[in-house]
Design a protein around this ligand. Structure first.
Ligand code: HEC
Length: 241
């Protein structure tokens, strides 16, 4: 078989469109239903040096949603309960209220970042985070739900862990003192915290059922398994830098 699909697209929930499209959504330019979930399997696990193209699809579930949840959607800000200024950033449908597919400059939930939001006193997104969001909008702002997103042979801090933590935890634990006085914004602090609180940390990211819901991290939803595995390997191998 010489044919290898670059990625697989599956349409889920097509029958729910008529219910959910009743409300006014800013993004009217796209011609796919709002509840469509594109399940994408980027070939990122291909061993380096084999010449296989690595997908450049931006994964909404693992790259974009965690940023909006972590940096904008915490309690008191843009979660469902607080919905400051009517803005909620904790799901695809809510985020699309302020994003226009293929139109970065008209995507208010992108252009405001680093300008008014997040507030100066809160952790700020990095240039790399902004570049991901921009690219995602330019790719059509799809609800890409990726599996197979990690190369689990890579688990050094600079190779993987730093990005996982800044994307998923940075909005709350990325500037000092950090939520619950836990700062995970640099190598030394993260290593110090995790090594001193290993089981608390591991149980928390694994959503251990016996934990209080408020202790499961990140709060808006468990990370994909392969990212948790990368963190576990980083810990098991003595926190390689
Ligand atoms: C939206 C904000 C937010 C995000 C995002 C977030 N945290 Fe937290 N984190 C908190 C808050 C608030 C607490 C205190 C919860 C409590 O004590 O009930 C906390 C507590 C913790 C604890 C202590 C849990 C315990 O049992 O005492 C750990 C460990 C932790 N976070 C790790 C992380 C990691 C790792 C990530 C990213 C993968 C993350 N957090 C993402 C807000 C956040």
């Amino acid at each position: 078989m010489r044919f290898t699909p670059r990625y697989i697209v599956v349409f889920i929930f097509p029958t729910l469109n008529f219910i959910s499209c009743k409300h006014d959504i800013i993004n009217v330019s796209s011609n796919y239903p709002k509840d469509t979930v594109f399940v994408v399997t980027p070939p990122v696990n291909t061993p380096p040096g084999t010449g296989t193209t690595v997908s450049d699809t931006v994964c909404f579930n693992t790259e974009i949603l965690p940023l909006y949840v972590s940096y904008c959607g915490s309690a008191g800000c843009h979660d469902v309960a607080s919905h400051r200024e009517g803005v909620i950033t904790t799901s695809y449908a809510y985020i699309m209220q302020g994003i226009r597919a293929n139109n970065v400059s008209k995507s208010e939930y992108y252009t405001i970042i680093g300008d008014d939001m997040p507030p100066r006193s809160s952790p700020q997104m990095t240039a790399a985070h902004l570049a991901s969001i921009k690219k995602w909008i330019e790719q059509g702002a799809l609800n890409t739900n990726c599996t197979n997103v990690c190369d689990t042979t890579v688990f050094t801090y600079t190779g993987a862990i730093q990005t996982i933590l800044s994307t998923n935890c940075g909005g709350c634990h990325g500037s000092k003192p950090g939520s619950a006085n836990i700062y995970l914004g640099d190598y030394a602090s993260t290593k110090a915290y995790v090594s001193a609180n290993k089981s608390i940390f591991i149980n928390s990211i694994n959503y251990l059922p016996s934990l209080a819901v408020s202790k499961r991290m990140p709060p808006a939803g468990k990370m994909v398994d392969c990212k948790i595995l990368q963190i576990q390997k980083w810990i098991d191998n003595g926190y390689p830098q």
